[in-house]
Design a protein around this ligand. Structure first.
Ligand code: E4P
Length: 218
């Protein structure tokens, strides 16, 4: 199971990358806007920190515009993954970019039918947004289960299911239970995965007992 972090904030990305647990990064226009910095600068900084795929989303909505922007973005670093929306033009751009050997993440996926189209377009990743489906009373993780099952029926599909719009540690656990390839997690939720009260309590007890011995290991 690959872990991506869902942020454009390098102050958040750097320590997570140092943990050795990070396989990639996803950004989107909203996350880039939050940084207040120039997109290409932010993208270059992130790609220098994380060697795995770094998703950079196009802002154009037409095929030619997406390709023009993708050509600029992929020049920034070898690990840039172009993110395109799940629209007819987006999937056409996906096919074209994949034929040129560029990694593509098809984003804003909300149905299994859309995920089939993304795989047919040769996407490297498809991003179903589980939290936004939960927000409108639908079952986000149910969609992940459907897509993973469908993709398993067709070994020729090379698209990885990238669970996006993650809102809780349980989304991460359920993604693992289903067998999704990748989960992209906001930094705070990623850090919260470490937490368990029994770990803290157990460590405190061990350290207290160890102190009583008066010994040092190194
Ligand atoms: C995925 O690539 C998106 O950046 C992200 O997961 C969207 O999450 P949100 O619904 O919390 O904005």
């Amino acid at each position: 199971m690959k872990f991506f972090v869902d942020t454009a904030d390098t102050t958040e990305i750097r320590p997570l990358a140092a943990s050795g647990l990070l396989d990639g990064v996803t950004t989107n226009p909203s996350l880039v806007a939050k940084t207040g910095k120039k997109f290409l600068d932010v993208l270059a900084d992130i790609c220098a920190i994380v060697p795995g795929p770094v998703s950079a989303e196009v802002a154009a909505t037409d095929y030619d515009g997406m390709l023009a922007e993708a050509r600029v973005l992929r020049e920034v670093a070898k690990n840039v993954t172009i993110k395109v929306p799940l629209t007819p033009d987006g999937l056409r751009a996906c096919r074209h970019l994949r034929d040129e050997g560029t990694m593509v993440n098809v984003t804003l996926c909300f149905s299994a039918a859309q995920a089939i189209l993304a795989a047919k377009a040769g996407a490297s990743f498809v991003s179903p947004f589980v939290g936004r489906l939960d927000d409108i009373g639908e079952h986000g993780m149910g969609l992940i289960a459907d897509i993973v099952q469908i993709y398993r029926n067709y070994p020729a599909f090379e698209t990885e299911v990238l669970v996006a719009s993650v809102r809780s540690p349980m989304h991460v656990v359920q993604a693992g239970q289903i067998g999704a390839h990748v989960v992209t997690v906001p930094p705070a939720i990623l850090r919260s995965l470490f937490n368990h009260p029994l770990t803290e309590k157990g460590l405190a007890a061990f350290l207290a007992d160890w102190a009583k011995t008066g010994q040092k290991i190194a």
